[in-house]
Write a protein that binds this ligand. Structure first.
Ligand code: SOE
Length: 389
C-alpha cells in the first residue's frame, strides 16, 4: 500500500524532506510505501525543475489543488511560517494527513487554530506532526532515553545554544527569514524553537516561565529582487529588519530545573552550532551537533580517580535508528534526521497512532517563543547597572 505525498515548497527544507521521502523505504521496513506524487510551487518553471531534481512525479502551482488529488494522502508543508496555518488547517479539514515544518506557526493564535484542526482531524483518523528534526538525531534520542532511565538523576540545569553567523555581513539581503510578516520572528523562532523543543524532549519536562532579552544588531538591509524599490527606511533598495538577530533567555522547568538558552545568527564563525548540556544530580549529558554521532556522558557514581565525561559513539545497532544504516562507527548526517522523522510518521499513520511531536507540542513551543518575545519587549526583569566613575 502507498502513501501519496504532496509537498509544498522546495527550498532548503523541501530538499531535505525530499531526500527523506526518497530514502525512508529503502533503509527502513515501512508498512506504507511513500509515493512522491506532487511538488507544489508558485513558479511553474522553477517548480518543474525542482520536481525533476528532487524526484517528484507531478507539479502544481496552487497548494489547494493538492487537497482534491486522489493521489495525495499527506501534505508536507515546507514553506515559510506565514503559510503554515492556512495550508495545514485546510489540508486537515480536507482529510489529508499533515507534516508541517517548524516552527508550527508565526503566532500562538495560528498555532491554536492548527491544534484545533488537528484534533478535529484526529477524530477521523487523520494525523499530523510538526517537524522538529533534531529529536531524531540518534544521540539526542539516546540522551532522552538515558534521562528517562534516571541515569543522570534529577535534572538541575539545562544549557542550550544554537549559534549561526550567516547574516553577520550587514549587506546580506532582507530575505524572508528576516521579515516578521513571513517568519514570525528571527533567530528566536527559526533556531530558538529547535533548542526549546530539544530541551523539553530530552528532559521530558516543560518550561513554565522565561525571562528574556533580544537584539537586532543590523536594522537595515538591502531588499531582494523586485522589491528593491524605495524601502520603509527611505533608502533606495533597503528595508527595515523587524525581527531579532539574537534571543537569550532564562527559564524554569516544571520539576525545578533552571535553564539558559541562546539563539543567535551573529556568533561569527559558528555555522550551525547546536549544543545541549543537561546537568543532573547523578550525572550530565552533552550533545554537540558538530559531533552529532557522539554523546558525552558523565556518570556521577564513577570512581573519582577515573571519572570524567565519557564519549559515547552513538553508532551501535542498539542505538535509536542506527541499525537501519551502517555498521558501527560509520556515522550519520543532518539529512538522516529527516528520514527518521518520515519513518516514524509513516509507521504511526499505518498503526493509527498519533505522531510526535504533535501540533500540541508545536503549540507549547510557540507559547515559549511568545513568552520570550513578550518578556524581551517589556524588559520586566531588567535591572540597569549604574556606571562607577
Ligand atoms: C536556519 O538557517 C536553518 O535553516 C533553520 O531554519 C533549520 O531549521 C535548521 O535545521 C538549520 O538552519
Amino acid at each position: 500500500m502507498t502513501l501519496g505525498v504532496g509537498m509544498v515548497g522546495y527550498a532548503f527544507m523541501g530538499a531535505a524532506h525530499s531526500q527523506a521521502w526518497r530514502t525512508a523505504g529503502r533503509f527502513f521496513d515501512l508498512p506504507l510505501a511513500p509515493d512522491m506524487a506532487v511538488l507544489c510551487g508558485r513558479d511553474a518553471i522553477a517548480a518543474t525543475a525542482a520536481a525533476e531534481k528532487l524526484g517528484w512525479r507531478d507539479v502544481e502551482t496552487d497548494w489547494k489543488a493538492l487537497l482534491t488529488r486522489d493521489d495525495v494522502q499527506l501534505v508536507d508543508i515546507c514553506t515559510p511560517g506565514d503559510t503554515h496555518a492556512e495550508i495545514a488547517v485546510a489540508a486537515l479539514d480536507a482529510g489529508k494527513h499533515v507534516l508541517c515544518e517548524k516552527p508550527l506557526a508565526n503566532s500562538v493564535d495560528e498555532a491554536r487554530a492548527m491544534v484545533a484542526a488537528a484534533e478535529r482531524a484526529r477524530a477521523r483518523g487523520v494525523r499530523s506532526m510538526v517537524a522538529f528534526n533534531y529529536r531524531r538525531v540518534p544521540a539526542v534520542a539516546l540522551a532522552r532515553r538515558l534521562v528517562e532511565q534516571g541515569r543522570i538523576g534529577t535534572v538541575r540545569h539545562v544549557r542550550a545554544t544554537y549559534l549561526q553567523d550567516w547574516i553577520v555581513d550587514p549587506e546580506f539581503p532582507l530575505v524572508w527569514r528576516l521579515q516578521k510578516g513571513r517568519a514570525g520572528s528571527g533567530a528566536l523562532g527559526d533556531i530558538g524553537a529547535h533548542i526549546v523543543d530539544m530541551a523539553q524532549f530530552v528532559t521530558g519536562d516543560l518550561l513554565t516561565g522565561v525571562s528574556a532579552l533580544t537584539e537586532t544588531f543590523v536594522r537595515e538591509r538591502p531588499l531582494v529582487g523586485e522589491s528593491s524599490g524605495l524601502s520603509a527606511s527611505g533608502g533606495a533598495g533597503r528595508g527595515t529588519v523587524d525581527v531579532d538577530d539574537a534571543a537569550l533567555f532564562l527559564g524554569r522547568f516544571s520539576r525545578g530545573a533552571v535553564a539558559s538558552f541562546e539563539a543567535t545568527r551573529f556568533a561569527t564563525g559558528r555555522k550551525n552550532a547546536l549544543r545541549l548540556e543537561v546537568n543532573g544530580s547523578a550525572g550530565s549529558l552533552v550533545f554537540d551537533f558538530e559531533a552529532m554521532n557522539e554523546l558525552s556522558f558523565f556518570n556521577g557514581s564513577d570512581d573519582p580517580d577515573t571519572a570524567g565525561f565519557r564519549r559515547i559513539l552513538v553508532t551501535e545497532p542498539t542505538h535509536p535508528y542506527v541499525g537501519a544504516w551502517w555498521p558501527p562507527g560509520h556515522g550519520l548526517g543532518y539529512e538522516h534526521t529527516f528520514t527518521h522523522e518520515v519513518v516514524d510518521l509513516v509507521r504511526d499513520l499505518a498503526a493509527g497512532t498519533d505522531p510526535t511531536p504533535s501540533f500540541a507540542d508545536g503549540l507549547q513551543v510557540q507559547l515559549v517563543l511568545d513568552a520570550v518575545a513578550r518578556s524581551a519587549e517589556n524588559g520586566s526583569s531588567w535591572h540597569a547597572i549604574e556606571e562607577v566613575h
